[in-house]
Ligand binder design. Structure first.
Ligand SMILES: [Zn+2]
Length: 55
């Protein structure tokens, strides 16, 4: 899979995600995700992906 660059939807920091998992709204940290949304299934998927990238 190929990594692509996108921007955090909250703070606009550059983040890298696999293109197959790219969403409209991506977040660099859980804090950014929580500050922008709450209880959204798509956001939870994005958070799991970001955690995997940081591991
Ligand atoms: Zn952010």
């Amino acid at each position: 899979m190929k990594l692509v660059e996108t921007k955090c939807a909250a703070c606009k920091s550059s983040i890298f995600v696999y293109e197959d998992f790219l969403r409209e709204d991506m977040y660099c940290t859980l804090h950014c995700m929580e500050s922008a949304n709450s209880g959204n299934v798509m956001v939870k998927e994005s958070a799991a992906l970001i955690s995997a990238n940081m591991a």
